[in-house]
Design a protein. Sequence first.
Length: 339
Amino acid sequence: MKLYRVPAFTGPDALTQCVEPDPAPAVAGQVIVRLRATSINFRDLMGLQGMLQFGTGMTPNHIPMCDGAGEVVSVGENVTRVKPGDRVALTFHPGWISGRIPDDFNMLGRGRHLNDGLLAQYTKVDQSEVVVVPDHLSFEEAATLPCAGVTAWAALQGQTHLRAGEDVMVMGTGGVAIFALQLAKAAGARVIATTTTAAKQQRLRDLGADVVVDSSASGWHKAVLAATGGRGVDVALDVGGPTGWAETIKSTRECGRVSLVGALDRSGGDMPSLFMMRGLSLNPTRVGSREHFEQMNRAIMQARIVPVIDRSFSFDRAAEAFRYFESASRIGKVVIQIE
């Protein structure tokens, strides 16, 4: 089979295509999946750049990428959850099935330490790690779900369920933000989207945003407050981290909810006191469990949601796909097809 490994953490150019033996036959509860597509997350780019070397992080020569979808080609004798021919996606967290986060949880998910990722033609996993995907989605669309889709679902519905009529703020045009926009609209919420790029404003409206706010200058929370009658949004998905938290907090209503999706910088400032003064419920996200994935898929099927794919690249152009992703010009997801 063809696959990619990462012998050095030097960015997209480190991706090295290899040919290795196909997986050994599945036994017991194992499942072999013929992967057809994978999608890029910011976490994958950070891995290539050597920025995820804490704890049991990425190891040299691993197979990268945490998202993947394909069809089951064979199963072990004890498998009951799927059968050959089923169209499936792989969970982001192999060991988190449902309920609270397990004690041995690793926030980096699939593709870290000795757990190989999915930029390969085949993978062999336990049956607990696969989820049947909605029938109306292509493999490319299904491959966008495990990380960005489940993150957006858990941020909106994981701890406190989003209610119809609530105001939700999503930031930017990355995979999580676009999924959150689609899922929030399907739940009957009103969506306020922010972007720093004027050219993306109409695209966000076309995707269903009720209000689009230019967040390129300081003080943009005033536009969010104006759009909510001075009240602020019920739920805010923050992808920027502490540098922009003040704007996010001021955009959120008293006793509202902020779901932290991205917090890459470590500046603190007066953020803790702002959270306390406004009575906000802080809800850091860690993608989600298999149960979250299955709940999301039911919502996607019911609402006939189709993930937004910005561009799709062939398997041989994986490094080019990462460079395009790195340019931050995308709206939605960037996908790599696996021939």
